[in-house]
Design a protein around this ligand. Structure first.
Ligand code: C2E
Ligand code: MG
Ligand code: MG
Ligand code: MG
Length: 290
């Protein structure tokens, strides 16, 4: 590993590769420090009911507040964190933060929205995950249901009874599973049938050119119909236009997420968005389980 080579030693790489390797070493060191200092923040992107437009939940998305570089995208540091194992403490922080935030919002009279968070495959396979979930739910005394773990198809791939048993263990604690970025992996319909998944999230890349691109439109329609026939709900990701929203609505898509609905917001800004719903009797879509 580049890290073990030390940064002052000559490396047998082309100059650009050396620069890349060095940048990577720095990123990893900075990330290690960020974990110690909890230099992360969660932003919340609204998810609405497709038919009514009602706010039903939010996806928690991590941000890294780097001292010199400002906010760093998870697209840049999550893969690094997965490779060097830092994803485990980071993922634990995310889970704790979401559970804590949810308790605080409920305590302040906000409706029980469904909060979803991304669980890396590395984190999912950690032996202690079900126990961590149990501990956090006990610590923050939150009611069952309305927490969703987003995993990707790669987690299910090659996964055997272990994966299924683990999902069931976590589900028993009232947590639902969503299959993120659906369609980009080695999508297999058999996964949807075999594993206890509740929600399918159609990847943004398929929604982007809908409804104009006939292939994408056909694919999106097929995913929605297939998911529904298996008893699953569907969230469309990356909804940016009213045309896309109408198209998805006509197909009976369940939930929408995307810049048209709202960008990810800092916790206090998201709370302001929820304020009109405060103590409003119900928010019927939110209390149902996945
Ligand atoms: P994702 O889980 O598929 O999250 C959706 C991403 O699409 C987010 O990017 C969101 O800001 C972006 N997005 C949402 N709506 C739109 C839209 O209408 N147009 C466009 N162009 N983009 C949209 P973000 O926040 O940069 O996160 C990127 C990825 O990083 C996530 O993809 C997820 O895979 C990963 N990630 C984020 N937070 C966490 C985390 O806490 N833990 C783990 N393990 N991964 C995370
Ligand atoms: Mg996600
Ligand atoms: Mg996604
Ligand atoms: Mg995605």
């Amino acid at each position: 590993k580049a890290k073990q080579a030390g940064k002052n030693r000559a490396q047998p790489y082309a100059p650009h590769m050396q620069a890349d390797a060095l940048a990577r070493v720095h990123l990893e060191a900075d990330l290690r420090m960020a974990v110690e200092q909890r230099a992360f923040e969660l932003h919340y992107q609204p998810i609405v009911d497709c038919a009514s437009g009602a706010l039903v939940g939010a996806e928690a998305l991590i941000r890294w507040k780097h001292p010199e570089r400002g906010m760093i995208s998870p697209l840049e540091f999550i893969p690094v964190a997965e490779e060097c194992g830092l994803i485990v403490p980071i993922g634990e922080w995310v889970l704790r933060e979401v559970v804590r935030q949810r308790r605080d919002w409920l305590a302040r009279g906000h409706p029980p929205l469904r909060l979803t968070l991304n669980v890396s495959g590395v984190q999912f396979r950690e032996a202690g995950l079900p126990e961590l979930v149990r501990t956090l739910l006990a610590e923050f005394g939150t009611a069952r249901s309305s927490l969703v773990f987003e995993i990707t198809e790669s987690v299910l791939m090659g996964g055997s009874e272990n994966v299924e048993a683990r999902m069931c263990d976590i589900k028993e604690q009232g947590i639902c599973f969503a299959l993120d970025d659906f369609g980009t992996g080695f999508s297999s319909l058999s996964y949807l049938k075999r594993f206890p998944v509740d929600i399918v999230k159609i990847d943004r890349s398929f929604v982007r050119d809908c409804p104009d691109d006939r292939n994408d439109a056909t694919l999106v329609e097929a995913i929605i119909n297939m998911a529904h026939s298996l008893g699953l709900r569907v969230t469309a990701e990356g909804v940016e236009s009213a045309e896309q929203r109408e198209f998805l609505r006509a197909l009976g898509c369940d939930y929408l997420q995307g810049y048209l609905i709202g960008k990810p917001l800092a916790a206090d800004a998201f709370e302001a968005l929820m304020a009109p719903l405060r103590s409003a009797a119900a928010a019927p879509h939110c209390t149902e389980s996945c």
